[in-house]
Design a protein around this ligand. Structure first.
Ligand code: ADP
Ligand code: ASP
Ligand code: MG
Length: 475
């Protein structure tokens, strides 16, 4: 077998959303597996992870009442799909047994949480990863039903991460070893492994997760670990579009984009890719495809090192809400030489993701944008770091504003195309959208600005027209 031809295929939540979607996914796998070895990565069935996290949060408040309905709902959803998909009695029984064991564990976890009224990040990771442990056996059985041997594999046996619950990062060297030991023999014997996306484990076996939407990342981690020739991310849209189609219905599918462009889009909130997806494969130059599992005849978007030029430099737009603008300000800020270092030491200690930074020396403040989920920890860490200065009023305030969004224009060829920033700001100005802060990466792959959240959709639509993105791309 030629390892370079190995293909990793990831199916997202909607692509395994019900029996007919799973059957379609299984058929896609079967068609590919006749050509080359395939490793499958699956998400939870759509909506399941949200329901699990909600249930965990409710259990934390001591609420056990909704628990039986949740477990019964999950059992029903998965057994309905199994009954529709699996004609083979033995296969249906073994999937049912696997589901029963996982659901029993879920019930114990939620009851324990409700009893203690405490939800640790470690337990939240275990509860939120239940959905992938339910979907993987189902998808493997559906593939087997088509006559192609397949078995579910828990990523906790394969992907090794650090212990940062909720947003763990892979340790590639042990992951490579485990992927070889666990998956290669299956591939060599012609069996298709169906690996749980999203979840992983520390070197000592404590379950972690890679963050919301993390199954994309699982796929490229496994692709890199096994030296795959290609990773295909099957989702519910035709590929990476010029903007989020929910904000801009006329957004077009981009046939090709570069790793840098895709990474910028993902980083600034394009949900189609987990922000870290391109990291494991960029150095090796392994292509990643985004394709529509509902319309597998369409070619999708190819992500590689090269970038096809966009006519006017801007290739796509993205926007991100649920972010907070944090400002550290006061008259003494200018004289505080280490204010940036100390601010970012605090955000790093809080493990907050800083999306955007600007400093205005004349206005005596620095501001940066983080995810709202990180706000509490970050503001507390900053208040602690600057406690002495706040006491003597060198730093007057550390404030947090949640009513903002970031809008970003992305494209490798923006570098060397003059006037883009001007056009962007004028277009927003004409629409009466005021810009709270701006930043341009030194790479010039993106220009981003902070605006009022209420103007976000209008801003993206305005810029989509301004840069004539509806005339680019395909379909
Ligand atoms: P999956 O469950 O397959 O992982 P996601 O819901 O996580 O799918 O991501 C796909 C969704 O991402 C699309 O349905 C679309 O609404 C959204 N999206 C946001 N920005 C973009 C973009 N630039 N291109 C394509 N889809 C995008
Ligand atoms: N099921 C997980 C989530 O909803 C991971 C994923 O879908 O990629 O976040
Ligand atoms: Mg996703």
């Amino acid at each position: 077998m030629n390892a370079a031809t190995l293909c990793v295929m990831k199916f997202g939540g909607t692509s395994v959303g019900d029996a007919s979607c799973i059957r379609r996914a299984a058929e896609i796998v079967k068609a590919e597996a006749t050509l080359r070895p395939v490793v499958v990565v699956v998400s939870a069935m759509s909506g399941v992870t949200n329901r699990l996290i909600d249930a965990a949060r409710r259990a934390e408040t001591g609420d056990e009442e909704s628990l039986p309905a949740l477990v019964a709902g999950l059992r029903q959803q998965h057994s309905t799909a199994a009954d529709e998909l699996l004609k083979d009695h033995q296969r249906r029984k073994s999937v049912g047994d696997a589901h029963a064991a996982v659901l029993e564990e879920l019930e114990r976890l939620l009851r324990g949480t409700a009893l203690l009224r405490e939800l640790t990040p470690r337990i939240l990771d275990t509860i939120s990863g239940i959905g992938e442990r339910l979907s993987a056996p189902l998808v493997a059985a559906a593939i087997s039903e088509l006559g192609l041997p397949s078995a579910a594999v828990s990523a906790t046996e394969v992907i090794v991460t650090d212990g940062h619950h909720g947003r763990a990062e892979p340790l590639m060297s042990p992951t490579r070893e485990r992927a070889e030991a666990r998956l290669r023999p299956m591939l060599n014997s012609g069996e298709v492994p169906v690996v749980t996306g999203f979840i992983a484990a520390t070197i000592t076996g404590v379950q972690t997760t890679l963050g919301r939407g993390g199954s994309d990342y699982s796929a490229t981690i496994l692709g890199a670990a096994l030296g795959a020739g290609e990773t295909i991310i099957w989702t519910d849209v035709d590929g990476v579009k010029t903007a989020d189609p929910r904000l801009v219905p006329e957004a077009r599918t981009l046939p090709e984009i570069s790793y840098n462009e895709a990474a910028e889009l993902a980083y600034f909130g394009a949900k189609v890719l987990h922000p870290n997806t391109l990291r494991p494969v960029t150095a090796a130059g392994v292509p990643v495809w985004i394709r529509n599992s509902f319309e597998p005849v369409k070619p999708g978007t190819k992500i590689t090192a090269a970038s096809k030029s966009a006519r006017n430099g801007v290739k796509a737009l993205t926007a991100i809400r649920d972010v907070t603008l944090v400002t550290v300000g006061g008259p003494g800020i200018v004289g505080l030489r280490d204010v940036l270092a100390r601010s970012f030491a605090a955000t790093a200690a809080a493990r907050a993701n800083v999306l955007f930074v600007t400093q205005s020396s004349s206005q005596n403040d620095i501001c940066f944008v983080i995810q709202t989920a990180d706000e509490k920890r970050t503001v507390a860490a900053l208040r602690e770091a600057f406690a002495p200065e706040m006491e003597e009023h060198t730093v007057e305030h550390i404030s947090a504003d949640r009513s903002v969004a970031i809008v970003a224009a992305v494209g490798e060829n923006m570098r060397g195309t003059p006037g883009i920033a001007g056009r962007l700001f004028s277009a927003l100005g004409r629409e009466g959208i005021s810009i709270i802060a701006i930043a341009q990466g030194s790479s010039e792959y993106n220009i981003s600005c902070v605006i009022e959240e209420t103007a976000m959709q209008r801003a993206v639509q305005t810029l989509h027209k301004e840069f004539r993105l509806e005339d680019s791309g395909a379909n």
